[in-house]
Write a protein that binds this ligand. Sequence first.
Ligand code: SAM
Length: 259
Amino acid sequence: MRFDVITLFPELFAPFLVCGVTRRAYEAGLVEVRLWNPRDFASGNYRRVDDRPFGGGPGMVLMAEPLTLCLESVWAERAVSGAAAVPTVLFSPVGQVLNHADVERWSASSGAVLICGRYEGLDQRFIDTFVDHQISLGDFVLSGGEIAAMALLDAVARLQPGVLNDEGSHQMDSFNLALDGLLDCPHYTRPEAWRDQLVPQALMSGNHAHIERWRREQRLALSQRQRPELIQQARLAGHLSASDEAFLADLIENPERDA
Ligand code: SAM
């Protein structure tokens, strides 16, 4: 899988690619990342990539031509190196908000060309001509698409086989649709007593079935309180057992109860 990232700030990606999960995926060649700077495709002494918006108003807009020349170079290089043709993605607050199902799809794909906007954004004619998907990280505005690109690359990298130290760990993570799509349960580690707070008794019982039931109830209770729509989705997908439903009914009747 290969991602080509178009960014005015390729140096932002260097530390990201040499640490932790992304480094492992990158070094193992599971997720290949190439960085491209549209400034390298701009003309003139100043290699200008932006200009003022038509109609006036604040800020600058990234011009279509340097972005187009950069994108065409990406395509040409991908073709020469035998990489698959992939969709072009723009990170933008107006895009679809990224979720785990999207990440799973991208993690099983051949990759993408990821475009990081800056300033007020890109000339709309470039977007209309070349962009296949627009992805948002959420309902807030970042200064650039680089953090959004790193978020996607990180989420994709940790789903690659062999990248996490413990293969089972992402199976139990929040939003795993193959499991139940619910939020993860709380976690505890040593010491058993920390500043007058003890680890929940169930986790110290040594009884595997008891521990699993406690974790299941924590996932149900947390999801019910924080993200009730996840409970409904799990129910529709057939992921809730009769004992899950009984637990939830009791929780709704006694919302203050301690799961
Ligand atoms: N004028 C744009 C708007 O209000 O929709 C915001 C532009 S923002 C300052 C500059 C760039 O940051 C965008 O082109 C986009 O690439 C990126 N960006 C900002 N917020 C984002 C978000 N929530 N998700 C993904 N990318 C974002």
